[in-house]
Design a protein around this ligand. Structure first.
Ligand SMILES: [Mg+2]
Length: 441
């Protein structure tokens, strides 16, 4: 029996529910529904005009319904009378194939056929900035190497504590908070779980950080590169594949502690990395973070080429510990569902086609990468990433040609709009278009 939201509303004193979904561009949308109406909404969903969101629809399309997943319920820690729900989109009695949460669930079911589950954790970096978005919030945060700066961290204690306490209340098992490598930048870590659970939490985390920052008179941004001279906002993912309680990626006899299956999965990701950039680095601004010039702190912490290594942060994939690896390609604008779905799709291809990732490379990629001209570079801009996606049979077959075409069509429209107003060059300052369209990503 699914949870009865109407009953839960009475028990937990929830007066309103946010029935929410994320569109292809990762925008979180919702309807605020009074608890008296939740019984009907739980069954039939909340109605939306799909065309009004970033889904490839027209005004002639029928109503789209967001049917909430009761297992995703979160009582807003900072506004307890409101319950938040992630939803799956339906239209004409069928799931909307091109909705990100449905796309992820399809990938999860592919893995489940072989009794496998992807577990992952994400590291969402963000900046605290002024409400206008013109500068970092803390004018005293000016160290040239600000990473782990205790004083700058503690000046934001009230805000950070409120977010961390919220995660404790929600049972996410947060375990550390720090000031990151850029002035004004922070990261908060909570425990990993199955990929759908992590994707829902990732969506909620961004909403929560922005909301609580606003409450404290500030603005939080996950924009990949809000300031040219500072390290950008990554969203690294740590991943492992499980069958019940068995970590299928673990092999203690291997030099990096990875199984053959893990190497094949990793090989699948390397093989499709350029196309995956279209999901992992979906904004025009994303490409200021990848292969970026050296920052004020001395390193960008983001990859430039498609390579993997051991415990070394200069590559796209790092193996920090036996039994898992870290993908460092994604940034703060990645759609949480497409992020997880892309990993699974490329990983399954790696397993099915026994993709060989080659030998790990134990070099400092930032200083010595140019000595390895055969290693492929990541796409230089969104246009190039979209071209790769349009040619990548692995992702096209896995997500369906129609869904990929919808994504490409909308992203190409966005590029067209940008190109009619601005020019993209990593050498030039960040454009107003990027700021107005990505600061709240
Ligand atoms: Mg970090």
């Amino acid at each position: 029996m699914p949870k009865d939201l109407s009953k839960i509303a009475k028990q937990k004193k929830i007066n309103y529910f946010l029935i929410s979904f994320v569109d292809l561009f990762g925008v979180l949308r919702s309807k605020l529904v009074p608890s008296q109406a939740i019984k009907e909404m739980q069954k039939n969903g909340a109605g939306f005009a799909g065309f009004a969101t970033w889904l490839d629809m027209t005004p002639a399309d029928a109503d789209m319904f967001a049917i909430p997943d009761p297992d995703s319920l979160v009582q807003l820690p900072w506004k307890k009378e409101v319950g938040w729900l992630a939803s799956d989109l339906w239209m004409n009695g069928k799931p909307v194939e091109a909705s990100p949460r449905v796309m992820l669930k399809k990938q999860i079911s592919q893995l489940a056929k072989n009794n496998m589950t992807l577990k992952s954790g994400v590291e969402c970096e963000y900046f605290l900035i002024n409400p206008e978005g013109t500068a970092i919030a803390d004018s005293k945060d000016i160290q040239s190497k600000p990473c782990y700066d205790q004083s700058a961290l503690m000046r934001q204690y009230d805000l950070i504590k409120e977010i961390c306490n919220s995660m404790i209340t929600l049972g996410w098992d947060p375990y550390q908070n720090d000031h990151e490598d850029a002035n004004g930048q922070f990261e908060m870590n909570w425990n990993y779980t199955d990929s759908l659970g992590t994707a829902d939490r990732h969506v909620f985390f961004k909403f929560m950080v922005k909301s609580i920052a606003e409450k404290h008179g500030l603005r939080a941004t996950f924009m990949p590169k809000p300031f040219e001279n500072l390290t950008g906002n990554g969203c690294h993912a740590h991943i492992s594949l499980w069958s019940g309680k068995n970590n299928l990626f673990l092999d203690r006899g291997d030099k990096l502690g990875l199984s053959k299956l893990a190497y094949n999965f990793l090989g699948g990701i390397l093989n499709s990395a350029e196309a995956l950039s279209a999901f992992f680095n979906p904004s025009i601004n994303s490409y200021r973070r990848i292969d970026a010039p050296v920052t004020a702190s001395g390193a960008t912490w983001s990859p430039s080429k498609i390579s993997y290594t051991g415990n070394n942060r200069t590559h796209m994939i790092r193996v920090p510990d036996p039994g898992r690896f870290e993908l460092r390609l994604m940034d703060g604008s990645a759609n949480p569902y497409l992020l997880q779905a892309g990993i699974i799709a490329a990983g399954i291809d790696g397993i099915n086609n026994k993709r060989d990732p080659g030998q790990p490379l134990f070099i400092n990629m930032y200083t010595d990468g140019d000595n390895y001209p055969n290693i492929k570079k990541l796409p230089p801009d969104l246009e190039s990433a979209l071209e790769h996606l349009g040619k990548n049979d692995v992702l096209i077959n896995s997500f369906g040609e129609k869904n990929i075409n919808s994504y490409l069509k909308l992203k190409e429209q966005e590029l067209k709009d940008f190109n009619s107003k601005e020019n993209f060059s990593k050498k030039d300052p960040i454009t107003d278009w990027e700021k107005s369209n990505t600061l709240d990503c």
